[in-house]
Design a protein around this ligand. Sequence first.
Ligand code: C2O
Ligand code: CU
Length: 460
Amino acid sequence: MLTRRTLMKGALVAGAFAGGGLAGRFGGIANARAAMPLVARRSEALITDKGPTRGVMTYGDAEIPPVLRMRRGELFNLRLDNRLDEPTTIHWHGLRIDNRMDGVPFLTQPYVYEGDGFDYAFTPPDAGTFWYHPHCNTLEQMGRGLAGLIVVEDPADPVFDAEIVLNLRDWRLGGDGQFIAQFKPRDAARAGTFGTVRTANWRQSPQYDAPAGGLVRLRLAATDVTRILALSVEGADALVIAADGNPAAERFAPDHLMIGPGQRLDLVLRMPDTEGAVAALKDLRGTRPATLATFRAVGASLKRNIADLPALAANPLPEPDLSAATELPFILSASAEERPKDGICGSLGYNFWAINKVPWADDTGDPTAPLAEMKAGKTYIFNVENPTPQVHPLHLHGLVFKPMNSNKQAIRPHFSDTYLILPDEKVQLALVADNPGDWVFHCHIIEHQKTGMTSYVRVT
Ligand code: C2O
Ligand code: CU
């Protein structure tokens, strides 16, 4: 049972040093051994200064979906209670868990109908920053709010002076603060349809307090359905300590660092020494730079040294054996095949994209054959080519890969679940197929995902 105490405790951890009344709306639920209920429901939220936005979808009791806290190697139990007026599921993005818990309708579980529930139970093997969202009518459900962060803790991780968790996303709202059409077909065939209001934790440019001269762990996820970010921190030193859940081999400053929908970053932020000084997280992509959130130094300086931060605890990741790898081709392309206009998980009614020439018929599946069959324990190299003019954040469920050998960008050797492939890029993603099941492989620009750029691979 979710008691007031566990709620309070979660809120305190999640919202540590979240000033300006933000801690309260932030929510936060601590791990529990008994299944905790998580309600998916319709609500309203104060996102703009035009009054509440109606028709929002959220999880839990607070305005914004709670940060779910788990512990590496410990059982996590949650009962999804669907009080929406349509079917849904939950996918645990980046967690290498049992296929039956993966949340993909038909492929791994039945839909969870309105009024119904589903028990998710799994043990996360890796510590880090992850996120959760539906895998049904995804553009609508995520566009309206259903996306929350997951923090998997490792007791061996270094202690920070504060932690701030940021859910970075946009909303497609009109001038009156109410939802407008989620997408335009001609944009879905290009970079995707952009939101109009940018937020961090459902607030426009919120400010958080953190101890002056302290080391802050900033955990962020790009949960938007469309927008790719180029992140920089101004007014404080910052280093990337983990990306897509896994510790970075070498720390580096985020300098226009591109991350796409689905990707996460953990930064260490060394707060300014002077009380009241403010640092900013910015998105510098495109022509209109945006301040996503700011951080204000409070108190006397703790005078920490960013170089003194110990390493994060390592995750038990499977190292690919390149000497015995099988190569598999994955070619992204445009497509214009006719498609059915309906599906239980909401078809957008178009095909614009395909993988290996097959446009996927949506979340609903009725799956054709998998694009590849892999043997458990063996190493594979995905040779992915993007001859399209768009950038695509490609996400693989259930497994982690190591990007290598790109013709377009310098690769930092690093385990990940989402790779941002550039136009005309060819990249190799090496992985060990160590988790049996059917695993979806798709673009995380949801309009691309829902108009064909989805498929799956099978591990037996
Ligand atoms: Cu983040 Cu298939 O999902
Ligand atoms: Cu895409």
